[in-house]
Design a protein around this ligand. Structure first.
Ligand code: SF4
Length: 329
């Protein structure tokens, strides 16, 4: 799970503060933009203050990659704007010496001129650009490569990754780029990245959300969990409520979500508003509440373990969840 800081990278204190926030939120890798020499030179001090793997994001100026390579764990170059191949060669040499990978980060909006002219801003154009640049690195004897093929819409993104997958054997970093604000970015990323992950495509991912740090991680982790790519935390099954509802289910589910956020053990739990579907869902849940009128059942692994008044149900449910999570540790 990767994300990116939005501070000026040269502002070491602000960048480290954002990296720490991302680390705390659950990021595994952090990328920082390196648009200028001051930013490249700040990486050494940043590196010293975090244990998270760092990726330097380089556009246009290959010299920045040469400086960054001394401090980071991966260099992302956009082949569309890095310029002459002799420059890429120097980046390859620096990365080889430091034993760090290069991400060929193809973006649909900034393809090399030749590919854009031939294919337009299409999935095919992205794939051809990636293949060309991968071959270029391979011809230099460099194979510590990862690849991304990002477009700002789901369709081209999915098509590009699907097309490239059978053609190369390198890890893929997934993302729908410039995906917008929280609501839109969540939907685009869930469809695009979720589709690819369900097909077994993807090794790292970034959810791109305008101006949000922790949300990127929260959404990304949810995509990993709900696509089955990562087994961690609670899968909470709760009904949408309807006219048959017998309890304040909205409040109960909010409390369950809040108080179980820290649990990393993968568990299926269900919180259901009446007996219509509650017993059925409880059968496949590790822990469940089935609300009735003024009271309800607590079920563990499909078996009823208690019948309690409504106000005691969430407390008992949380006890059972904590117990099961501890036992599974
Ligand atoms: Fe309605 Fe009951 Fe289904 Fe919830 S479980 S949506 S309250 S019928």
């Amino acid at each position: 799970m990767q994300s990116m800081t939005y501070s000026r990278t040269a502002d070491v204190a602000a960048t480290v503060e954002q990296i720490n926030r991302l680390h705390f939120a659950g990021a595994d890798i952090v990328r920082v933009a390196v648009p200028d020499y001051e930013d490249a030179e700040a990486l050494k001090a940043i590196r010293a203050q975090t244990s998270l793997p760092l990726v330097a994001d380089i556009h246009f100026n290959y010299r920045l990659a040469l400086i960054a390579a001394e401090s980071v764990d991966c260099i992302r170059i956009n082949p569309g704007n890095i310029g002459e191949k002799s420059r890429v060669k120097e980046v390859v040499k620096a990365c080889s010496e430091r034993n760090i990978p290069i991400r060929v980060g193809v973006n649909c909006g900034s393809l090399e001129k030749e590919f854009e002219e031939r294919y337009g801003q299409t999935a095919k154009g992205m794939v051809e650009s990636a293949l060309y640049n991968i071959k270029f690195l391979e011809d230099l004897g460099f194979t510590d490569i990862k690849v991304s093929l990002k477009a700002s819409d789901v369709e081209r993104t999915v098509e590009a990754y699907r097309t490239l997958r059978p053609l190369v054997d390198y890890p893929f970093h997934l993302g729908v780029t410039e995906a917008g604000t929280v609501f839109h970015a969540t939907i685009k990323s869930a469809i695009g990245l979720g589709t690819l992950l369900l097909e077994g495509i993807g090794d790292t991912l970034r959810v791109s959300i305008t101006g949000e740090l922790e949300k990127e991680i929260e959404v990304g982790r949810a995509i990993l969990k709900d696509s089955g790519a990562a087994k961690e935390g609670l899968n909470i099954i709760s009904c949408p409520t309807c006219g048959r509802i017998e309890a304040d289910l909205v409040k109960a589910v909010a409390e369950v979500e809040e108080k179980t956020r820290h649990i990393k053990t993968p568990l299926n739990v269900s919180v259901m508003g009446c007996v219509v579907n509650a017993i059925g869902e409880a059968k496949s849940a590790d822990v469940a509440i089935a609300y009735g009128k003024g009271s309800g059942l607590i079920m563990v692994k499909g078996e009823v373990v208690a019948k309690l008044p409504e106000e005691q149900l969430v407390g008992r449910f949380l006890q059972e969840v904590e117990k099961m999570a501890k036992e599974a540790e």
